[in-house]
Design a protein around this ligand. Structure first.
Ligand SMILES: [Zn+2]
Length: 243
Protein backbone atom coordinates (compact mmCIF):
# COMPACT_ATOMS: atom_id res chain seq x y z
CA UNK A 1 0.00 0.00 0.00
CA UNK A 2 1.36 3.41 -0.98
CA UNK A 3 1.79 5.80 1.92
CA UNK A 4 -0.88 8.53 2.08
CA UNK A 5 2.05 10.98 2.25
CA UNK A 6 3.07 10.00 -1.29
CA UNK A 7 -0.37 10.89 -2.65
CA UNK A 8 -0.38 14.20 -0.74
CA UNK A 9 3.07 14.97 -2.20
CA UNK A 10 1.72 14.29 -5.72
CA UNK A 11 -1.46 16.26 -5.07
CA UNK A 12 0.60 19.28 -3.96
CA UNK A 13 2.38 19.19 -7.32
CA UNK A 14 -0.96 19.63 -9.09
CA UNK A 15 -2.20 22.77 -7.34
CA UNK A 16 -1.89 24.84 -10.52
CA UNK A 17 -4.54 22.65 -12.17
CA UNK A 18 -7.20 23.73 -9.68
CA UNK A 19 -9.70 25.90 -11.56
CA UNK A 20 -8.48 24.66 -14.96
CA UNK A 21 -10.82 23.07 -17.49
CA UNK A 22 -10.06 19.53 -18.65
CA UNK A 23 -10.02 19.23 -22.47
CA UNK A 24 -10.21 15.45 -22.50
CA UNK A 25 -9.82 12.39 -20.30
CA UNK A 26 -8.49 9.16 -21.76
CA UNK A 27 -8.03 5.66 -20.41
CA UNK A 28 -6.10 2.63 -21.61
CA UNK A 29 -9.09 0.40 -20.94
CA UNK A 30 -11.18 2.75 -23.14
CA UNK A 31 -13.66 3.31 -20.33
CA UNK A 32 -15.97 6.20 -21.15
CA UNK A 33 -14.76 9.24 -19.23
CA UNK A 34 -16.37 11.80 -21.57
CA UNK A 35 -18.31 13.21 -18.59
CA UNK A 36 -15.06 14.97 -17.66
CA UNK A 37 -14.48 16.63 -21.05
CA UNK A 38 -14.66 20.44 -20.98
CA UNK A 39 -15.42 20.78 -17.30
CA UNK A 40 -13.60 22.68 -14.60
CA UNK A 41 -11.68 21.15 -11.70
CA UNK A 42 -13.24 22.72 -8.60
CA UNK A 43 -10.93 21.13 -6.08
CA UNK A 44 -8.13 18.62 -5.56
CA UNK A 45 -8.09 16.42 -2.50
CA UNK A 46 -6.84 13.08 -1.24
CA UNK A 47 -8.03 10.33 1.06
CA UNK A 48 -5.39 7.77 2.00
CA UNK A 49 -3.99 6.50 -1.26
CA UNK A 50 -6.80 7.99 -3.34
CA UNK A 51 -6.29 11.24 -5.22
CA UNK A 52 -9.56 13.11 -5.76
CA UNK A 53 -10.44 15.50 -8.58
CA UNK A 54 -13.62 17.30 -7.57
CA UNK A 55 -16.00 18.64 -10.23
CA UNK A 56 -19.38 20.34 -9.72
CA UNK A 57 -21.69 17.34 -9.49
CA UNK A 58 -19.29 14.42 -9.21
CA UNK A 59 -15.69 13.56 -8.50
CA UNK A 60 -12.97 11.28 -9.77
CA UNK A 61 -10.94 9.00 -7.49
CA UNK A 62 -7.55 7.69 -8.56
CA UNK A 63 -6.38 4.74 -6.49
CA UNK A 64 -2.57 4.45 -6.29
CA UNK A 65 -2.80 0.90 -4.87
CA UNK A 66 0.63 -0.64 -4.19
CA UNK A 67 2.66 0.86 -7.00
CA UNK A 68 0.74 3.70 -8.63
CA UNK A 69 2.64 6.65 -10.07
CA UNK A 70 2.00 9.95 -11.86
CA UNK A 71 3.83 12.10 -14.40
CA UNK A 72 3.07 15.66 -15.50
CA UNK A 73 3.90 16.49 -19.14
CA UNK A 74 5.99 13.32 -19.36
CA UNK A 75 5.20 9.74 -20.34
CA UNK A 76 6.58 6.30 -19.60
CA UNK A 77 7.28 3.74 -22.33
CA UNK A 78 4.07 1.92 -21.41
CA UNK A 79 0.70 3.57 -22.05
CA UNK A 80 -0.82 5.46 -19.13
CA UNK A 81 -3.81 3.83 -17.43
CA UNK A 82 -5.51 7.19 -17.28
CA UNK A 83 -4.71 10.70 -18.50
CA UNK A 84 -6.19 14.15 -18.04
CA UNK A 85 -5.44 16.46 -20.97
CA UNK A 86 -5.38 20.26 -20.86
CA UNK A 87 -4.71 22.75 -23.68
CA UNK A 88 -0.99 22.92 -22.88
CA UNK A 89 -0.32 20.03 -20.52
CA UNK A 90 -1.31 16.55 -19.42
CA UNK A 91 -1.29 14.43 -16.27
CA UNK A 92 -0.60 10.71 -16.74
CA UNK A 93 -1.35 8.00 -14.18
CA UNK A 94 0.23 4.53 -14.15
CA UNK A 95 -0.80 1.39 -12.23
CA UNK A 96 -3.79 3.32 -10.92
CA UNK A 97 -7.50 2.59 -10.85
CA UNK A 98 -9.86 5.40 -11.76
CA UNK A 99 -13.53 5.75 -10.85
CA UNK A 100 -16.25 8.40 -11.13
CA UNK A 101 -18.54 8.94 -8.13
CA UNK A 102 -21.67 11.08 -8.04
CA UNK A 103 -21.87 13.65 -5.24
CA UNK A 104 -19.07 14.91 -3.00
CA UNK A 105 -16.10 13.10 -1.38
CA UNK A 106 -17.63 13.82 2.05
CA UNK A 107 -20.55 11.56 1.13
CA UNK A 108 -18.16 8.61 0.72
CA UNK A 109 -15.11 9.04 2.90
CA UNK A 110 -14.49 9.48 6.63
CA UNK A 111 -11.88 12.25 6.54
CA UNK A 112 -11.39 12.20 10.35
CA UNK A 113 -9.75 8.74 9.83
CA UNK A 114 -7.10 10.11 7.45
CA UNK A 115 -3.86 10.73 9.35
CA UNK A 116 -2.83 13.31 6.71
CA UNK A 117 -6.07 15.27 6.83
CA UNK A 118 -6.52 18.40 8.98
CA UNK A 119 -9.75 16.82 10.23
CA UNK A 120 -7.92 13.76 11.61
CA UNK A 121 -9.37 12.93 15.05
CA UNK A 122 -6.77 11.25 17.26
CA UNK A 123 -9.18 10.91 20.20
CA UNK A 124 -11.59 9.00 17.99
CA UNK A 125 -8.80 6.71 16.76
CA UNK A 126 -7.69 6.03 20.34
CA UNK A 127 -11.20 5.14 21.50
CA UNK A 128 -11.78 2.87 18.49
CA UNK A 129 -8.52 1.03 19.18
CA UNK A 130 -9.39 0.51 22.82
CA UNK A 131 -13.02 -0.34 22.21
CA UNK A 132 -12.96 -2.55 19.13
CA UNK A 133 -9.39 -3.82 18.83
CA UNK A 134 -8.35 -4.43 22.45
CA UNK A 135 -7.51 -8.09 21.74
CA UNK A 136 -5.63 -7.29 18.49
CA UNK A 137 -1.95 -6.64 18.10
CA UNK A 138 -1.06 -3.02 17.41
CA UNK A 139 0.92 -3.79 14.23
CA UNK A 140 -2.22 -5.10 12.50
CA UNK A 141 -4.59 -2.59 14.09
CA UNK A 142 -2.63 0.33 12.61
CA UNK A 143 -3.67 -0.92 9.16
CA UNK A 144 -7.39 -1.07 10.05
CA UNK A 145 -9.10 1.20 7.53
CA UNK A 146 -11.98 1.87 9.93
CA UNK A 147 -9.45 3.53 12.28
CA UNK A 148 -6.52 4.82 10.19
CA UNK A 149 -6.36 5.79 6.53
CA UNK A 150 -3.12 6.84 4.83
CA UNK A 151 -0.94 4.49 6.87
CA UNK A 152 1.57 2.42 4.88
CA UNK A 153 4.36 0.09 6.02
CA UNK A 154 6.88 2.92 6.32
CA UNK A 155 4.77 5.16 8.58
CA UNK A 156 3.67 2.17 10.65
CA UNK A 157 7.25 0.95 11.17
CA UNK A 158 8.68 4.35 12.06
CA UNK A 159 5.82 5.33 14.40
CA UNK A 160 6.08 2.05 16.36
CA UNK A 161 9.86 2.48 16.61
CA UNK A 162 9.54 6.10 17.83
CA UNK A 163 6.94 5.05 20.41
CA UNK A 164 9.15 2.09 21.43
CA UNK A 165 6.28 -0.38 21.05
CA UNK A 166 6.73 -3.89 19.64
CA UNK A 167 4.11 -4.48 16.88
CA UNK A 168 2.97 -7.76 18.43
CA UNK A 169 1.85 -6.00 21.64
CA UNK A 170 -1.86 -6.46 22.39
CA UNK A 171 -3.68 -3.15 22.52
CA UNK A 172 -5.32 -3.91 25.89
CA UNK A 173 -1.80 -4.24 27.40
CA UNK A 174 -0.38 -0.99 26.02
CA UNK A 175 -0.60 1.98 28.45
CA UNK A 176 -2.91 4.70 27.13
CA UNK A 177 -0.14 7.31 27.22
CA UNK A 178 1.97 5.13 24.93
CA UNK A 179 -0.93 4.69 22.50
CA UNK A 180 -1.46 8.46 22.37
CA UNK A 181 2.25 8.98 21.73
CA UNK A 182 2.12 6.35 18.96
CA UNK A 183 -0.80 8.07 17.21
CA UNK A 184 0.94 11.47 17.45
CA UNK A 185 4.18 9.93 16.12
CA UNK A 186 2.34 8.44 13.13
CA UNK A 187 0.66 11.76 12.27
CA UNK A 188 3.90 13.73 12.63
CA UNK A 189 5.92 11.26 10.61
CA UNK A 190 3.24 11.16 7.88
CA UNK A 191 3.45 14.98 7.59
CA UNK A 192 7.25 14.97 7.51
CA UNK A 193 7.21 12.21 4.92
CA UNK A 194 5.43 14.52 2.45
CA UNK A 195 8.52 16.78 2.62
CA UNK A 196 10.87 13.80 2.38
CA UNK A 197 9.18 12.70 -0.85
CA UNK A 198 9.51 16.27 -2.14
CA UNK A 199 13.24 16.37 -1.35
CA UNK A 200 13.79 12.78 -2.49
CA UNK A 201 15.24 11.77 0.87
CA UNK A 202 12.76 9.16 2.09
CA UNK A 203 15.43 6.50 2.60
CA UNK A 204 17.84 8.72 4.47
CA UNK A 205 15.14 10.04 6.83
CA UNK A 206 13.73 6.62 7.81
CA UNK A 207 15.36 5.39 11.01
CA UNK A 208 14.78 1.64 10.71
CA UNK A 209 12.60 0.99 7.64
CA UNK A 210 14.65 -1.15 5.22
CA UNK A 211 17.69 -0.74 7.50
CA UNK A 212 19.96 -3.45 8.87
CA UNK A 213 20.96 -1.96 12.25
CA UNK A 214 19.21 0.14 14.87
CA UNK A 215 20.77 3.65 14.81
CA UNK A 216 20.64 3.77 18.63
CA UNK A 217 22.06 0.46 19.86
CA UNK A 218 23.28 -1.22 16.65
CA UNK A 219 20.99 -4.22 17.26
CA UNK A 220 20.12 -6.19 14.16
CA UNK A 221 16.73 -5.08 12.79
CA UNK A 222 14.14 -7.85 12.47
CA UNK A 223 11.51 -8.00 9.75
CA UNK A 224 7.99 -9.26 10.37
CA UNK A 225 5.67 -9.98 7.45
CA UNK A 226 1.96 -9.70 8.08
CA UNK A 227 0.00 -12.72 6.87
CA UNK A 228 -3.10 -10.56 6.37
CA UNK A 229 -1.76 -7.58 4.46
CA UNK A 230 1.53 -8.99 3.18
CA UNK A 231 3.02 -5.80 4.60
CA UNK A 232 6.43 -5.60 6.24
CA UNK A 233 7.28 -4.20 9.64
CA UNK A 234 10.87 -3.56 10.73
CA UNK A 235 11.54 -3.97 14.45
CA UNK A 236 14.41 -3.26 16.86
CA UNK A 237 14.04 -6.05 19.47
CA UNK A 238 15.97 -3.99 22.01
CA UNK A 239 14.23 -0.60 21.70
CA UNK A 240 10.66 -1.82 21.19
CA UNK A 241 8.90 -3.29 24.19
CA UNK A 242 6.40 -6.13 23.95
CA UNK A 243 3.37 -5.31 26.10
ZN1 LIG B 1 17.32 -0.25 19.03
Amino acid sequence: MQEGSFVVFLKNKLQRFKGQTVSRASSKAETDFSAIDFIKIIDLDSFGNLMLFVFNDFFLSIDFGNSGSMLVNKTKKTAADFSLHFPHSEINFYSCETKIHQGKPNDYFQFPNDILNKKFDGELALSKLQQYFAEENIGNALMEKSVFVGMGDLIRTEALYQAKIHPESLIKNIPEKKLIFLIISAVNFADELVEHFKNDEVNSKALIFEKKLCPKDKSEIQIAISTETNGKIYICPKCQKLF
